[in-house]
Design a protein around this ligand. Structure first.
Ligand SMILES: Cc1cc2nc3c(=O)[nH]c(=O)nc-3n(C[C@H](O)[C@H](O)[C@H](O)COP(=O)(O)OP(=O)(O)OC[C@H]3O[C@@H](n4cnc5c(N)ncnc54)[C@H](O)[C@@H]3O)c2cc1C
Length: 451
């Protein structure tokens, strides 16, 4: 029987554990904090829980447009804290029950490699050494803290202090305008806080399609979010009444709290990688298309592998690793195509995209056909009093194959699934047009954009 040891119980680790055990491996899953990982404890789940509450507040502000009297909804901070914990606890129970049912041994402790085939785990009760035929390093990442910032969990926060913070900010200065930064801007502005966003470039979401980023910037400005564009934070002053974030262009953003959202660093230190001969580059563990490190039986997945830092990608890597270890890759196994991973940004408007972006195609000179339809073209958008949104599809003009797409507007994260399937399965725009979709529904905008 293959002895498989996994370090890290996040999406990469727990998915690999479930699949490998199901396929017949003897699996030990080691976790130092919580099975479910940072994804459950600090990242995807608590952030989306709080954003859902913020979304309910914004919806309550829009109900007048639906023929209802306006009711002002206020946040109950303690109820919110309980809700975040309850959802995490529920998901944790669900996951540990699943792992138990598959016969996965769950070991709480801190693990490190002591050789190519041996892992040592420091547990509350002592030290345990485990021999392994295959090892997965799925240790995730943690927020990046620059040396000029000193988070105290009270006024200067990392994302991990924000679910919710001890006191709700009156005025939050968010440093960093990538996906995490804009989600926190959205979350706290929905709760009624004033927000200033420090944007180091000239566009929020610098990696995204400019049209998509512009739609979000518009919405943020309509919520009175202040944007400090082209400014890099370089110092945070903390006083009795609040914080002052000093930028390199001389501007100072004052607020009651500051929140750092400037990326993450991989958890590869203290893992004993040298003892096993595993290479590291910039803290990440480079992997091949089977997620193997330079040592063939030692795999890496999730944030520590330096690929797309998404929970969905981590889980997919975990599943592929289980298949590879158990020899299934010789039969029905496709490699992960990271360029075809769908992703979403949970703001208002919600944003989701997949595959080739219009700007990427222009940059490489690739010929594409771009079609765009506003949400408002559908009856459902009017019925639901939806704020503006659009669907954009990028396809190959010669074959009609769907190459990518972006959706901006409510339920974008759900609707993108149709385009993700089309991109992965090489479907054509005509396949979407030929699908008889529900009426009235927002998905009709997809069908129209595919025409
Ligand atoms: C604020 C925020 C929101 C996010 N929202 C989303 C989202 O909505 N959707 C999405 O797809 N992605 C989201 N992400 C990204 C997502 O959280 C990560 O990509 C995902 O958690 C990575 O999974 P992982 O398996 O690599 O590790 P993690 O979830 O980071 O888990 C790794 C685990 O390894 C454990 N560990 C580390 N070292 C050791 C050791 N030596 N011994 C034992 N255990 C160890 C850690 O305790 C941790 O529990 C978000 C990220 C952030 C910061």
């Amino acid at each position: 029987m293959v002895r498989f040891v996994i370090i890290g119980g996040g999406p990469a680790g727990n998915t690999a554990a479930t699949y490998a055990a199901r396929l017949g491996a003897e699996v030990t899953l080691v976790e130092r904090d919580v099975i479910g990982g940072a994804a459950h404890l600090w990242d995807c789940i608590p952030s989306k829980t709080m954003i859902a509450t913020g979304g309910a507040i914004s919806f309550s502000r829009r109900i007048e447009g639906m023929g209802l009297m306006h009711q002002d909804a206020h946040l109950d901070i303690e109820a919110q804290r309980r809700r975040v914990k309850e959802i995490e606890a529920h998901l944790h129970d669900q996951l540990t029950t699943l792992l138990d049912s598959q016969g996965v041994r769950q070991l709480m402790g801190t693990a490190r490699l002591t050789g190519p085939h041996s892992v040592v785990v420091e547990t509350e009760g002592g030290t345990e050494e485990i021999e392994a035929d295959a090892i997965l390093l799925a240790t995730g990442s943690r927020p990046r803290i620059p040396d000029w910032a000193h988070p105290d969990g009270v006024r200067v926060l990392t994302t991990r202090d924000a679910y919710p913070p001890p006191r709700m900010p009156d005025h939050l200065v968010v440093i960093g305008s990538g996906v995490t930064g804009v989600e926190f801007v959205h979350m706290f502005s929905s709760f009624g806080a004033k927000v200033t966003l420090i944007v180091s470039r000239q566009q929020v979401l610098p990696q995204k399609d400019p049209e998509v980023a512009a739609a979000l910037e518009d919405a943020l400005l309509r919520r009175s979010v202040r944007l400090f564009k082209g400014a890099r934070a370089e110092m945070i002053e903390t006083g009795e009444d609040g914080v002052a974030v000093h930028c390199d262009d001389g501007r100072v953003a004052k607020g009651s709290h500051a929140l750092l959202a400037i990326g993450s660093i991989p958890n590869s230190d203290g893992l004993g990688l040298e003892a096993a001969g595993v290479q590291v580059e910039g803290g990440y563990i480079p992997i091949n298309h089977h997620c193997q490190s330079n040592v063939a039986h030692i795999y890496a997945a999730g944030d520590v592998s330096g690929k797309l830092p998404l929970s969905s990608v981590a889980s997919m890597q975990g599943r592929k690793i289980a298949e590879h270890i158990m020899g299934l890759h010789t039969r029905f196994h496709n490699h992960i195509d990271y360029d075809k991973a769908a992703s979403a940004i949970f703001t208002e408007p919600e944003i989701a995209d997949v595959g080739l972006a219009e700007t990427e195609a222009f940059a490489t000179g690739r010929k594409i056909r771009v079609t765009k339809v506003p949400y408002q073209a559908t009856a459902k958008a009017l019925i639901n009093a939806e704020p503006p949104g659009f669907v954009k599809i990028v396809s190959d003009p010669a074959t009609g194959v769907v190459l990518g797409g972006s959706i901006v507007g409510r339920h974008a994260a759900e609707l993108i699934s149709v385009l993700a399937l089309a991109v992965t399965a090489n479907l054509k725009v005509s396949d979407i047009v030929e699908s008889c979709l529900v009426h009235p529904s927002l998905s009709e905008a997809l069908a129209e954009a595919a025409e």
